[in-house]
Write a protein that binds this ligand. Structure first.
Ligand code: OMP
Length: 245
């Protein structure tokens, strides 16, 4: 896979017109993410728009609820034919396992392949201080992220979402084909915004990420196309990328 195919760009826009405009502005982006804002606004229609253009789709709904509710939602999401779907690891093992089963049931009903289910370990907007003082988690942040990844792995999930600052540790500790997807990726020239545990795209891939989610450095740039090209160029310089994909 060439480096640019490892970049997932989020369609973090409020409506279908803006989503289509962004897709058309960046024709070489092959993998798009649909998250809470656009899905709440447009619903599953956006998935058809992307699939009709032969794009890969990451449906980032970050499910977090009791097992029955999450399972019911996964049974529907499994029919969509998307490539990736998110859930919070903190839903717990029963919920994670049930979500996997429900996705397979949904996919069988829809006659599609089930999406790969990946768990959020710890949101990249949370700092070590937030974890300790606000969330009252008495573990060091890298240890907490690792434990959430191991929980997801034990529950049979396909991978996790993690910050690039923890990806090397997870690459070492999890099974070789465990998918590691990193948001919170910032080129050195970009604003960090609300991302608290960021590293550059080159660092994230070198430390073992399979995919990078890069939004505002591209989508909020004065010229999104040249920001995209600049990042692809930076990634093009990496030699010997190893990956599970
Ligand atoms: O699941 C995600 O994609 C996600 C998890 C996480 O821990 N942090 C995170 O930023 N994201 C998403 O990744 C994208 C990052 O966007 P930018 O900060 O604009 O690059 C957003 O769409 C977030 O919803």
């Amino acid at each position: 896979m060439i480096a640019s195919e490892r970049i997932i760009v989020p369609l973090d826009v409020p409506n279908l017109d803006q989503a289509i405009a962004l897709i058309e502005l960046l024709p070489d982006v092959s993998f798009w993410k649909v998250g809470l804002e656009l899905f709440t606004s447009v619903g599953p229609r956006i998935l058809d728009v992307l699939k009709s253009r032969q794009k890969r789709v990451f449906l980032d709904l970050k499910f977090h609820d009791i097992p029955n509710t999450v399972g019911s939602a996964c049974r529907i999401a499994g029919t969509y034919g998307v490539d990736l779907l998110t859930i919070h690891a903190t839903c717990g093992k029963d919920c994670l396992r049930g979500a996997m089963d429900a996705l397979f049931q949904g996919a069988a009903t829809g006659g599609t392949a089930p999406p790969k289910l990946i768990a959020i370990t710890l949101l990249t907007s949370i700092s070590a201080r937030d974890l300790a003082f606000d969330l009252k988690i008495p573990l060091e942040l890298p240890e907490f992220a690792l434990q959430m990844a191991l929980l997801a792995e034990n529950a049979g999930l396909d991978g996790v979402v993690c910050s690039p600052q923890e990806v090397a540790q997870l690459r070492e500790s999890c099974r070789p084909d465990f998918l590691l997807v990193c948001p919170g990726v910032r080129p050195v020239w970009a604003n960090k915004n609300d991302q608290k545990r960021a590293l550059s795209p080159v660092q994230a891939l070198q430390y073992g990420a399979d995919y990078l989610v890069i939004g505002r450095p591209i989508t909020a740039a004065t010229n999104p196309l040249s920001a995209w090209e600049k990042i692809c160029e930076e990634l093009g310089s990496i030699q010997n990328l190893s990956s599970t994909t």
